[in-house]
Design a protein around this ligand. Sequence first.
Ligand SMILES: Cc1cc2nc3c(=O)[nH]c(=O)nc-3n(C[C@H](O)[C@H](O)[C@H](O)COP(=O)(O)O)c2cc1C
Length: 358
Amino acid sequence: MTNIWEPIRIGRMNLPHRFAMAPLTRSRAQADGTPGELAAEYYGQRASLGLLISEGTQPSADGQGYPNTPGIYTDDHVRGWQRVTSAVHARGGHLFIQLMHAGRMGHPDNTAHGRAPVAPSAIAPGEKMFTLGGLKDAPVPRPLATEEVPATIADYRHAAARSIEAGADGVEIHGANGYLIQQFFSPNANTRTDSYGGSIENRARFGLEVVAAVVDEVGADRTGIRLSPGSRLGGIAEGEGHEAFYLHLVKELARFDLAYLHVAHGGNEELLRRIRELWPKALLVNRVNRPLEAATADVEAGLADVAPVGRWALSNPDFIERFRRGAALNPPDPQTFYGSGAAGYTDYPHLEASAASA
Ligand SMILES: Cc1cc2nc3c(=O)[nH]c(=O)nc-3n(C[C@H](O)[C@H](O)[C@H](O)COP(=O)(O)O)c2cc1C
């Protein structure tokens, strides 16, 4: 049985235990997408989580979905992320930047350019979008022309290169939770008739081409990918065919020798077991809404190599120490998940501070 405190080597990193920080959008970047002033402090505080996967970060202006999310494609973005990676490394942690193109999960009000979001097909997600002007319907997106697809893939490649330039240990390609790559996967968001739509092979193609480009640019051992098979976030409905789709996708991904596969797991246990069998490298399983008592169960059962935590890491900079000691956790405050400043970001107390004020 694998113990949660056993070290593990993933890609080029020696990690001290089997927890990690799951990606968490915090919407506190500057208007131009440069990480905000407190970002280095926020991530640095959480370095003991070992591998920190950053909040979703747009690889291009068109990739932005929500207000004040960071980017990683300009010189200012690189300088901002350099401060973050330095703070994390100084405290012994590692940072993968999550490359997130939101696709149709966007709104013209949320970007400086004000263009319609782009997506595989002109199908609105049927979801409300958070905007600075309140909740609004996500609009019908503009479908990417076949000729535009290579440029979109090149944006991921460029962002991966800039992430490494910023000192990141690698990048996680966001193929989960209803954003651009999963929009290509899902038949209810992708009705294309070119080589990127229709068959399983065609719907997987865009994601696999992104992976190939990023691997070519920064190396497989600095590339991970996140998937959420069967997730219904962002209006996605992958349908009954989704098991066959993901078995194909994971088999194809296995050829790349990536650092890791990260599954945001919503509940299809049989599919997760099949993925585990098919996947030759490190498997990260973030089980949505799992109780604290079950935090180590997947690693101990051999179903996962690493168990990333989301909200517990958000509200407990010293989650590792607290868990090790069996100490109580700060509860996360959803009111401050997105936007605003230090409140609910860098001011969650450490154990000593909580003990002193108790
Ligand atoms: C505030 C918030 C922001 C999130 N942002 C992202 C994100 O940028 N990228 C992503 O892949 N998942 C994101 N997620 C999903 C988390 O990574 C994670 O899968 C989810 O919170 C379930 O894990 P947990 O129960 O440990 O929190 C977000 C979740 C929350 C609560």
